[in-house]
Design a protein around this ligand. Sequence first.
Ligand SMILES: NC(=O)c1ccc[n+]([C@@H]2O[C@H](COP(=O)([O-])OP(=O)(O)OC[C@H]3O[C@@H](n4cnc5c(N)ncnc54)[C@H](O)[C@@H]3O)[C@@H](O)[C@H]2O)c1
Length: 263
Amino acid sequence: MDLYLAGKTVIVTGGGSNIGRSIVLTFAAEGANIVIADMDAVQGQKVAREADDLGGKAIAIKTDVTNLESVADMVKKSLDEFGKLDVLVNNVGGTIDQLFMEKPRADMEKDVKLNFWGFINTTRAVLDHMTEQKYGKIISIGSDAGKMGEYREAVYAGCKGGIIAMSKSLARELGRYGINVNVVCPGLTVPDSPEQTGELSMWKGPMAQAFTPELREKAARAYPLRRIGKPEDVASMVVFLASDRASFITGQTISVSGGYTMM
Ligand SMILES: NC(=O)c1ccc[n+]([C@@H]2O[C@H](COP(=O)([O-])OP(=O)(O)OC[C@H]3O[C@@H](n4cnc5c(N)ncnc54)[C@H](O)[C@@H]3O)[C@@H](O)[C@H]2O)c1
């Protein structure tokens, strides 16, 4: 099925690592122009070259999504390079699991800044262009934690729930401009190898140590499909929603989590 994504311009925040990387490579295989907006410039460049090899045209722009100026600069450079923006994938996010009662205030603020303000900053930054051209797709990576809550992820789940609610509101506000706004919620999606993650990836820190092969196997048993996710599971859904094949879908939250949540 042709998704008609060749020549479309796509921004993927956090596109250097794990799920974001796979989203970039899947768009590349469709012949899209891709901006990897990642704080890790080295990893961003590495994935951009992988994307070029697959038939896309990719650039990496060092971006901090929590910083409005950095985001505005990235959007300007993207427009200078490709002349238009068709798709924004808000992929940056993450947390270090900890009980709410034990999480230091500074870490809570960090979670909100990264997971919620990052989403608000990039979304706002592309809208002047997308409303003017009367076309756009905004796909944000949520989490099943934002739908049903998750133990030791209270603040993160709150942010992801915020992304879901705000995306529905934006879908109502922006539909008249031809802009679709949807959320994709991965389940547990652990990278296969360290090569697929950048230095800032949450899978390079304590989360990687916590998710031992034994724990991954145990987690898989909680999924009706009896496995945990692969980055490409999520990427396929994102790329479909970015295409005009999904032009009548907006305001939706779709879990790609092997049946872990059904709501
Ligand atoms: N992996 C999972 O199990 C899982 C499950 C549910 C939801 N999610 C969500 O999926 C998304 C991607 O997860 P992942 O596991 O691929 O993440 P990851 O930690 O492997 O990668 C995150 C990427 O974002 C970049 N980044 C970090 N801070 C940034 C900033 N301020 N500005 C720009 N870039 C920044 C990092 O350099 C890295 O390349 C996140 O939103 C996450 O919450 C992941």
